[in-house]
Design a protein around this ligand. Structure first.
Ligand SMILES: [Mg+2]
Length: 223
């Protein structure tokens, strides 16, 4: 075993976040009145842009939560307050934790092989904890590190320093990060000098990661 400490991104890696997001936006559309079919792709784009700005340090999480709706609602002609929309959306999303079908068997297998498993996620604590409880994932991992609790987000080196510090500062050559995002997971792993494994089911191209997989059930062969 080369990497006893595995840092696992959650959304888009272990969890089907797109489905969770669609469910929560659909609920919100019914509550405050906008066309879900038209609005969903727009929200997806606006939200991704806001998270990209957060990763670049241009806004913090508190700002992001409301800002995405401040940008989105006028585009779909909805006059609801962005603060209210965020509250309804956040409550709905917190009930939506949807692991991929392979996730729990994979985590069980990795643990049986002796790996320590830590979820490393950029997210809002109340939302993420709600989703982890709803999904039943908590007993399958050894720890969960949410950026909103640590005060820094991936790919910031300080996020990884905080995580490593809480684990007693294991040698970084024993750690690997697995995630679907080049900008947060893979860049973050590089910043922290830990091994990077890109979950790349869409077969995109990048030289940034050390290793990549299109099927996470093959992960035990790579670590
Ligand atoms: Mg992800």
């Amino acid at each position: 075993m080369r990497y006893p400490y595995l840092f696992l991104d959650c959304d888009g890696t272990l969890f089907d976040f797109d489905q969770s997001e669609r469910n929560a936006i659909k609920f919100l559309s019914g509550q405050i009145g906008f066309d879900y079919e038209k609005g969903m792709p727009i929200y997806h784009q606006v939200n991704a842009q806001c998270w990209a700005e957060l990763e670049q340090g241009l806004m913090d999480q508190e700002q992001l939560r409301v800002e995405r709706f401040r940008r989105f609602l006028p585009v779909v002609g909805c006059k609801a307050e962005p603060e209210k929309a965020n509250e309804i959306y956040g409550d709905a999303l917190a009930k939506e934790g949807i692991p991929y079908p392979f996730t729990k068997p994979l985590l069980t297998r990795l643990r049986a092989l002796g790996h320590k498993l830590y979820i490393t996620t950029n997210g809002i604590p109340a939302t993420q904890w709600g989703r982890y409880h709803a999904s039943g994932i908590i007993p399958y991992v050894d720890g969960i590190f949410i950026s909103g609790e640590l005060g820094y987000s991936k790919p910031d080196l300080r996020y990884f320093e905080a995580v490593l510090g809480k684990l007693g500062n294991p040698d970084r050559s024993l750690c690997a990060i697995v995630g679907d995002s080049l900008t947060s997971d893979i860049q973050g792993g590089r910043n922290a000098h830990i091994h990077t494994i890109w979950y790349n089911p869409g077969h995109k191209r990048s030289e940034l990661p050390d290793d990549q997989l299109d099927d996470l059930t093959k992960l035990p062969l790579h670590i």
